[in-house]
Design a protein. Structure first.
Length: 153
C-alpha cells in the first residue's frame, strides 16, 4: 500500500502518513483493521464515494474530494455505525483522526497536495508547513493579430 504526506495548497501539513487504499479489498477493509488513528495518519480511498463506519470503534473526520483533490464536503467526527453519503462529484475520500479538521480549519474548495517523499522530521509538531511541489507544467499558444502563434509559459 502506497504511503505519502498530504498537505493543503498553502503548505499546511494534514497528515505525514496517508495510506492509499486503491484495490477493492483495501477499500473494503479500510480502517476496520486499525485500533485507532494517530494524529499524523490518514487513509485515502481512491476511487471513493459514500462511506460507512459500521464495525469501527472510534469516530473519524472525513473529506470528500473531487478528481483534482479539491475538498467538496467536510464531515466532522463521524461516529461508529453511521453512513455518510458523498457529493455527486466525489472521486476520493480522505479519512482522518477525529478533531483534525477542527485543528486545521479545512473547508470546501481547498485543494490537497500529495507529497510522495515527505521531508518532514519525525519529531516535528502538527503545525509544520511544507510547500507543494509543482505537479503540472504547460505552455500556452496564443495567436497574434497576424495569425502566427506566440508561446507563453
Amino acid at each position: 500500500m502506497r504511503v505519502a504526506a498530504l498537505k493543503t495548497q498553502d503548505g499546511r501539513l494534514i497528515v505525514r502518513r496517508a495510506r492509499f487504499a486503491r484495490s477493492f479489498r483495501e477499500r473494503l477493509i479500510g480502517l476496520l483493521s486499525a485500533r485507532c488513528l494517530s494524529a499524523d495518519e490518514g487513509l485515502l480511498l481512491s476511487p471513493g464515494g459514500s462511506i460507512h463506519t459500521f464495525g469501527m470503534r472510534y469516530p473519524i473526520d472525513v473529506l470528500f474530494l473531487d478528481r483534482q483533490l479539491r475538498i467538496l464536503r467536510v464531515s466532522r467526527s463521524l461516529r461508529p455505525w453511521r453512513l455518510c453519503l458523498a457529493p455527486a462529484q466525489t472521486k476520493h475520500v480522505l479519512e482522518l483522526r477525529a478533531g483534525t479538521l477542527e485543528i486545521l480549519k479545512l473547508k470546501p474548495h481547498t485543494f490537497i497536495c500529495v507529497d510522495p517523499e515527505p521531508e518532514v522530521p519525525k519529531d516535528a509538531g502538527s503545525n509544520v508547513t511544507a510547500k507543494c511541489a509543482p505537479v503540472l507544467t504547460f505552455s500556452l499558444r496564443i495567436p497574434n493579430n497576424d495569425g502566427r502563434e506566440s508561446k507563453h509559459q
